[in-house]
Design a protein around this ligand. Structure first.
Ligand SMILES: C[S@@+](CC[C@H](N)C(=O)[O-])C[C@H]1O[C@@H](n2cnc3c(N)ncnc32)[C@H](O)[C@@H]1O
Length: 222
């Protein structure tokens, strides 16, 4: 198994980068990521009345979809490190008339200010691969802690799984060369989830920009 790359940019650099690209992020999201994100939302299959959490909500399209799925009796909480992403998503939530069922937070997702066994579901779309190697089990451990027993987590991420892939090698070269700008990089999603005790139960591996992506649904057995 080949090693995954380190993330060498700082959190302040991540924040500055996502603040800067927030205005045109919808283009990236709409063109490349939308299909995979929608497939992940379908896998998580959020029901009315549930409490759901999204990490790295970006411009808020999935967060709004989750808020519609939980209905007026449910709740969606989200965290993002970028204040501009926070503002765009807040405006989208207000415009959708969903403010009463949504709670947004600005911050780093390595520590979550929620009690144990709080959420029915956790959603992460193209955000787990932004955390450095030691942080991935920390973030997933926090997700497991705040999820109820039997709670679901759906992760969509660039993937290092499978055979050689030229496009992925080129991308990883770019990640090492421009770590502040290309801060995502492919990771092993299933192994990361299993490593903190999740049970993976539904996995898809489509491609985005000819690079493998894992869409993994897992359950918290504890
Ligand atoms: C690649 S974007 C994905 C956005 C959205 N999930 C989507 O699929 O369109 C990653 C998002 O994660 C946020 N992010 C990056 N590092 C973070 C951290 N340490 N904690 C919380 N959010 C973070 C960024 O600000 C950005 O909005």
């Amino acid at each position: 198994m080949t090693e995954i790359s380190r993330v060498t940019r700082s959190k302040d650099e991540a924040k500055a980068n996502y603040d800067k690209i927030s205005r045109w992020y919808d283009f990236i999201e709409g063109v490349w990521e939308k299909k995979a994100t929608e497939a992940g939302l379908a896998k998580l299959a959020v029901k009315e009345g549930e409490r759901v959490f999204e990490i790295g909500f970006g411009t808020g399209h999935s967060l709004v979809a989750l808020a519609k799925s939980v209905g007026a009796s449910g709740k969606v909480c989200g965290i993002d490190i970028s204040s501009r992403m926070f503002d765009i998503t807040s405006a989208r939530v207000r415009a959708g008339g969903l403010k009463a069922r949504v709670e947004l937070m600005l911050g780093d997702a390595v520590e979550l200010p929620y009690e144990n066994d709080f959420f029915d579901g956790v959603f992460m779309s193209f955000s787990l691969e932004l955390f450095d190697i030691p942080e991935i089990p920390m973030v997933l451990g926090e997700c497991k802690r705040v999820l109820k027993k039997g709670g679901r987590i759906c992760i969509i991420s660039l993937s290092k799984a499978g055979g050689p892939c030229l496009m992925r090698e080129l991308y990883e070269w770019g990640h090492k060369r421009f770590p502040r700008f290309l801060d995502c990089r492919p990771i092993f999603v299933r192994e990361a989830l299993k490593g903190v005790g999740f049970q993976c139960c539904d996995i898809n591996t489509p491609t985005v920009l000819r690079m493998p992506v894992e869409i993994v649904l897992a359950i918290n057995p504890d």
